[in-house]
Design a protein around this ligand. Structure first.
Ligand code: MN
Length: 232
């Protein structure tokens, strides 16, 4: 067998809060506009019929606690605080019950975004990749087993920058529930262990700058923290 020409950087795995092990990251799906107040602040109508998605490369995932340089090519890097879920069993064309069974756990994530480049992409009807699939832009807190988290809805979801609260909502504010999202996404993909799904952000997104500490919390889950340093 020919040998690999080189090694790729390792993709971080996410610790389970129950000590059962590390959850490896396969694919990263993200839901757009899943909170009405956020859709409104971005000047968009909400589509209650079906969610829509974009993806991030697993190579751009980092674990909570990372300190990363402010990314290149933007003057308007934004925080988005999100609930993520991790798929635990293969699921395809799932109904709501099958979707619920397929969720292994939940955690807190950041969907960091070059908002200015996303804006250009929207205006020019181009893909969102430059705005969304930013190096180090998918930040994951530790993963809590679904059974330990319980019913998704009453938990508060919060984000602060340097201790000042910027985002504050409830998971029940999501337009498409976690099972709706898994069921819908599984119409298009054979979902499998390793797949992470970020479920959208509440209102209050905004810019960060070098030196900022971004802290996100969801009641019942581990926090997600990111510190920005000067551009590399
Ligand atoms: Mn988002």
């Amino acid at each position: 067998m020919p040998e690999m020409l080189f090694d790729l950087p390792e993709i971080p795995a996410i610790p389970m809060t129950d000590g059962s092990g590390l959850y490896p990251i396969g694919r990263i799906f993200c839901v757009g506009r899943n909170y009405a107040a956020h859709a409104a602040e971005m000047g968009n109508e909400v589509d209650r019929e079906a969610p829509f998605y974009f993806t991030k490369s697993p190579a751009n995932a980092v674990r909570s606690g990372a300190s990363l340089p402010y990314p290149p090519g933007t003057q308007d890097y934004h925080h988005e605080m999100e609930l993520y879920m991790a798929i635990g069993t293969p699921v395809f064309q799932a109904n709501a019950d099958q979707a619920a069974q397929a969720i292994h756990g939940f955690g807190a994530a950041l969907d960091m975004t070059r908002r200015d480049l996303q804006g250009v992409a929207k205006e020019k009807r181009r893909p969102w990749d430059l705005g969304k699939d930013v190096e180090g832009s998918a930040v994951f807190g530790d993963l809590t087993p679904a059974a330990a988290f319980g019913f998704v809805g009453p938990q508060r979801i919060l984000l602060s920058v340097n201790g000042n609260t910027r985002q504050d909502a409830y998971l029940a504010d999501m337009i498409h529930t976690v099972t709706d999202v898994v069921s819908d996404l599984s119409q298009y993909y054979h979902l499998r262990p390793g797949d992470l799904i970020l479920t959208g952000t509440p209102a209050g997104v905004g810019p960060v700058k070098p030196g900022d500490k971004v802290s996100g919390e969801i009641e019942g889950l581990s926090a997600v923290v990111l510190t920005l340093s000067d551009p590399a």
